[in-house]
Design a protein around this ligand. Structure first.
Ligand code: DGY
Length: 326
């Protein structure tokens, strides 16, 4: 027994974050590189005074009952749809996320997917690796143009802005939709705020950057996909359930849109039936934030938030500051 507060980390994170926690706490961790089963998760958190959890951990009322001693939940992600924030708030428990440190990495991955699908990079790579290329041909792998095309950004927050900003140099008119106008989008990037319908109809690339909320679940559904141009591409680095994946498979199969670049899926780690067989899709396994500086930054942020919460201080990235009172 060390007498120090005990915290639980649900899966190994970069060492920089663990070191910060070990300086102050007794750190128990799922050291296996796999998510805990629900039963393992509930059994492991009983005596933790703080929990560093991941987007693959469902932190609901049942988990909060199991983690009865927890003074806070530090999510190792900017998205927090895995946590019942209202329930945590009702119980007076602070919850934190990891904003800012993964903004560029996520925006870059959206661009990587955009280029990969528009310029058919993965299909082409497959041909080269198979030894099947017979030499240059005028009709080979003709893809979509990027420069000068219209960029549609769904969600004008931090990541949407970073994604839009990286179009500089490609001379792309930018449309965005968001409940609130964004001065940064309009003043700095010259973006025009339009309705989702207009954005879908006018854009050559539609990139999704909204959090998963009841109001954004299946925001891009069959009807939305029908509004898009047949030559347009859909990119999703936000959360899988924002797009109706079965409807997307149908739209891609029927050629109702030109292609999709996806980093996130409705039912991870599963991709919808039929998706993997389509040549006009490029898929990555929810790795948009997987760069050295982003993942280290997330580890440091999550650790600092957890330290503050366990020590009874205000967490720097608290999502429900109301728990601290006025
Ligand atoms: C997040 O942070 O929400 C990403 O999905 C994972 O880094």
């Amino acid at each position: 027994m060390t007498g120090r507060p005990k915290v639980f980390v649900t899966r190994r994170i970069p060492e920089v974050g663990l070191e910060l926690l070990r300086e102050r706490f007794e750190v128990a961790m799922n050291a296996e590189d796999r998510p805990l089963s629900r039963a393992e998760f509930l059994a492991a958190i009983g005596d933790a005074e703080g929990l560093l959890c991941l987007l693959t951990d469902k932190v609901d009322a049942e988990a909060m009952d199991a983690a009865a001693k927890a003074k806070g939940f530090a999510n190792y992600a900017v998205g927090f749809d895995n946590i019942d924030l209202a329930e945590a708030t009702r119980r007076g428990i602070p919850v934190s996320n990891t904003p800012d440190v993964l903004t560029d990495a996520t925006a870059e991955m959206a661009w990587a997917l955009l280029f990969a699908v528009a310029r058919r990079v993965v299909e082409s790579d497959g041909l080269m690796r198979s030894g099947g290329w017979k030499g240059w041909g005028p009709l080979q792998f003709i893809g979509g143009d990027v420069a000068g095309k219209t960029l549609g950004v769904v969600g004008g927050g931090r990541i949407g802005q970073a994604f839009a900003g990286k179009s500089r140099g490609f001379d792309m008119p930018i449309l965005y939709c968001d409940e609130r106008p964004s001065e940064a989008m309009e003043r700095d990037l010259g973006a025009r705020r339009v309705s989702l319908d207009e954005l879908l109809q006018e854009s050559d690339f539609v990139s999704v950057h909204v959090p998963l909320l009841p109001s954004t679940r299946h925001l891009v559904d069959a009807a939305a996909l029908r509004r898009m141009k047949r030559t347009a591409y859909l990119i999703n680095t936000a959360r899988g359930p924002v797009v109706d994946e079965a409807a997307l498979v149908e739209a891609l199969r029927a050629g109702r849109i030109a292609g999709a670049g996806l980093d996130v899926y409705e039912d991870e780690p599963r991709a919808a039936e039929g998706l993997a067989a389509l040549p006009n899709v490029v898929m990555t396994p929810h790795t948009a934030s997987a760069t050295v500086s982003s993942r280290n930054g997330m580890a440091v942020k999550a650790a600092r938030n957890l330290i503050a919460m366990v020590e009874g201080k205000r967490a720097p990235d608290c999502l429900n500051p109301g728990v601290y009172g006025a």
